[in-house]
Design a protein around this ligand. Structure first.
Ligand SMILES: Cc1cc2nc3c(=O)[nH]c(=O)nc-3n(C[C@H](O)[C@H](O)[C@H](O)COP(=O)(O)O)c2cc1C
Length: 417
């Protein structure tokens, strides 16, 4: 009674109990086939972590509708034909004793639209500078359609055997574009004051809840700060208020992150060693203008160093935000951001800064991270170079740091793969 939980204690989220408090955070897999269907490669990514005893894994973002797809080879949950493949994934994970939540998203303006072959949409026509995308505002009928798409995706997630759903309300994705005054300049019922900017989120939560029933866990990923310096981004006070509204709407947990794409790399703070070269040669740098490519070719070592200084990695880099959500919410709060040691995770739980944590890059480096934490053993350790991120949308998610990858391959041989 009153004792602080350990990283290995169970946590109840909605109608289910998860046997641990360290989860795999969503990292887009770039491992579906070109039409968004589950492949063996995608299965393998989750099988490894399930074999490593990970209590719960959140998939990379899956598009709820065709205009929500942000990259090639992203997994889709936008059509009933996707259900059998997704069912194969959840069955396999369950056979191995783990739980899996499906993350559902709509990218809105955060897409290189001409590469995807469609027009980008958003709350308003606000240019996305990192991708050079000029979106058009969604019409009211299209907003209704987006809400329906999320609801239908929820129904498919439940039918496909997922243990819960995570709605992506952070990182400057469509719901976050509506929440944030910088990206939402609408003057209709979806723009302006708090109630209007949160309307899309509320309607999505209601549609998903109606589709999945009362016991199915719904998690919302939300920023703890938009980190849009000099623009009209949301700070922690208002985002906590958004979290409270989500709780009132029946959301079962909040995962706290930070930043839009145009905030820079706060959401993936790191060392950036080799990042920009990787991005140029193996990521979306390949599709940039010749001018941008020439700048990168010339300046990549400098850009690595500057980024590493601006956004240095730190364990629990979103804890200052999750602590605020914890103070004001009654539902579980999951904190993501830089976790890779039992000390940092146990410390966060002991201080009551979060009820659970999630890790993205550390699990990419070491799929057996959870087992290693339990055994007090150090496995391959992510150095946050972000080369995995540099290849997103171009190559299957994996560790592309030569040293860490060698350690990962040695581990996989050791476990008989
Ligand atoms: C390769 C890669 C892909 C990612 N894809 C997603 C995604 O699909 N959905 C999402 O909410 N966050 C995504 N993220 C962000 C992570 O979920 C997480 O918030 C971030 O990496 C910080 O956690 P970490 O320090 O434990 O990696 C991605 C991060 C990386 C590195």
């Amino acid at each position: 009674m009153g004792q602080s939980p350990s990283p290995f204690d169970p946590l109840k989220i909605g109608g289910i109990e998860i046997p641990g408090r360290v989860y795999k955070a969503a990292t887009s897999e770039t491992s579906a086939d070109e039409d968004g269907f589950v492949t063996d490669r995608l299965l393998l990514f989750y099988e490894r972590m399930a074999r490593g005893g990970t209590p719960m894994m959140i998939t990379g973002n899956m598009y709820a509708g065709p205009l929500g797809k942000s990259t090639q080879n992203m997994t889709g949950i936008e059509a009933d034909e996707k259900i059998p493949g997704l069912r194969r994934l959840t069955d396999r994970v369950h056979e191995l004793g783990s739980l899996i939540f499906g993350q559902v998203s709509h990218c809105g303006r955060q897409v290189v639209a001409h590469l995807m072959g469609f027009e980008a949409v958003s709350a308003s026509a606000v240019n996305e500078p990192t991708m050079g995308t000029q979106p058009r505002p969604l019409t009211l009928a299209e907003i209704d359609n987006v809400v329906e798409e999320f609801g239908a995706a929820g129904a498919r997630a439940s039918e496909a055997g997922f243990d819960g759903i995570e709605i992506h309300g952070g990182h400057g994705y469509l719901i976050s574009q509506f929440l944030t005054p910088h990206t939402n300049r609408r003057s209709d019922a979806y723009g302006g004051g708090f109630e209007n900017r949160t309307r899309l989120m509320v309607e999505v939560l209601r549609a998903v809840r109606a589709a999945v029933g009362p016991a199915f866990p719904i998690v919302l990923k939300l920023n703890g700060d938009d980190s849009l310096v000099g623009r009209r981004g949301l700070g922690t006070d208002e985002l906590v208020r958004v979290g409270r509204l989500a709780q009132d709407e029946g959301c079962d947990a909040i995962e706290v992150s930070v930043g839009h794409y145009e905030s820079g790399f706060r959401m993936c703070a790191g060392s950036f060693e080799g990042f920009y070269r990787e991005f140029l040669e193996h990521g979306s740098g390949q599709d940039m203008t010749r001018l941008r490519q020439a700048v990168l070719r010339l300046l990549h070592p400098l850009l690595d160093r500057v980024s590493g200084r601006m956004w240095p990695p730190r364990e629990g880099f979103n804890l200052a935000y999750s602590r605020r959500f914890k103070k004001e919410l009654d539902i579980p709060v999951i904190c993501v951001g830089g976790f890779q040691s039992v000390e940092a995770i146990a410390g966060a739980l002991e201080r009551g800064d979060a009820d659970a944590v999630s890790s993205g890059r550390q699990f990419i480096a070491d799929p057996f991270f959870y087992r290693h934490l339990r055994e007090g053993r150090t496995g391959p350790t992510c150095d946050f170079c972000n080369r995995c991120l540099a290849r997103t949308g171009y190559e299957p998610v994996d560790c592309y740091n030569p040293t860490v990858r060698a350690a990962k391959e040695a581990l996989l041989r050791e476990v008989g793969e």
